[in-house]
Design a protein around this ligand. Structure first.
Ligand code: SAM
Length: 263
């Protein structure tokens, strides 16, 4: 089964409070910039989660533009609405976007394509809902072999936390090949106009904070036993030691691809 990153409300709250500042927040301005989002644009944020990309785009489009966030998970949208009640938030599936053809200037999708069972269909839907000269831009984690820290962590989850948790981790890295992404866009009749590979940093107060956040703000939290949780915390202290600063905080490198395409 494809892992679709569905989490309950408490986890969505942790996601917004801890995971977004630590990891997702830094990618949103990059994606908005790569896509050329500008004043007055109508922007769609697909699989918006708690809405970090939509909020970043809203600051850019200003009062003459508009932003809509769509996500499968109502819990994510509850948090998104609480944080930014002035924006439009819709429940919906990326494979069947609830919008007319050509409704947006830009469709964005950050760190979510890998969770869609039919990625080609989702890209085709984003292509459909932008105007003829519209832009679709996505951001995904790069392949596991480009992840010096998450590579060993992924292996530790597989070893210590069981097959369901391993399947989720495998999904995280499953869209990390640029050739594969270009083919997906081509299958939707789109041309990739730019790609950028960036190494960001997941910034946590401590290694324990990193493990807690990456488990409790994701579906992993419900897949891992208490024993496996303790074992993972222990193993992470060894694996991540080289990324720890004098004050105990930890900067974990995360490589990702930003891909922009036009119809
Ligand atoms: C890792 S989160 C990323 C959220 C957000 N884009 C961000 O950068 O914080 C992945 C999101 O994809 C959503 N998702 C998974 N499958 C989906 C689908 N088929 N349609 C819409 N959203 C989906 C999940 O509900 C979750 O909110």
């Amino acid at each position: 089964m494809t892992e679709t990153f569905q989490i309950p409300l408490e986890a969505a709250e942790v996601y917004e409070e801890r995971f977004v500042p630590a990891l997702f927040g830094q990618w949103a301005p990059l994606l908005v910039e790569e896509a050329g989002v500008d004043r007055g644009h109508r922007v769609l944020d697909v699989a918006c989660g708690t809405g970090i990309v939509a909020r970043t785009a809203a600051d850019k489009v200003g009062p003459t533009g508009s932003v809509v966030g769509v996500d499968l998970n109502e819990a994510m949208l509850v948090v998104a609405r609480r944080v930014r009640p002035d924006l439009e938030w819709r429940q919906g599936d990326a494979a069947e976007l609830p919008f007319e053809d050509g409704s947006f200037d830009v469709a964005l999708c950050q760190m979510a394509l890998m969770f869609f069972p039919d990625r080609a269909q989702a890209i085709a839907e984003m292509a459909r809902v932008v105007t003829a000269d519209g832009v679709v831009a996505i951001c995904v984690p790069a392949d596991l072999d480009e992840q010096p820290a998450y590579g060993p962590l992924d292996a530790a989850v597989g070893e210590l936390a069981g097959s369901e948790a391993q399947a989720l981790m495998t999904t995280y890295w499953s869209c990390g090949d640029l050739g594969y992404l270009k083919k997906l866009f081509a299958s939707a009749g789109m041309t990739v106009t730019s790609t950028r590979t960036h190494v960001g940093t997941a910034k946590y107060q401590s290694i324990d904070d990193a493990v807690t956040t990456e488990l409790e703000a994701t579906p992993l939290g419900e897949m891992v036993s208490t024993e496996a949780y303790d074992a993972l915390r222990q193993r992470a202290r060894d694996l991540l030691q080289r990324y720890v600063a004098d004050d105990g905080s930890v900067d974990i490198p995360l490589a990702g691809h930003l891909v922009v395409a036009r119809r």
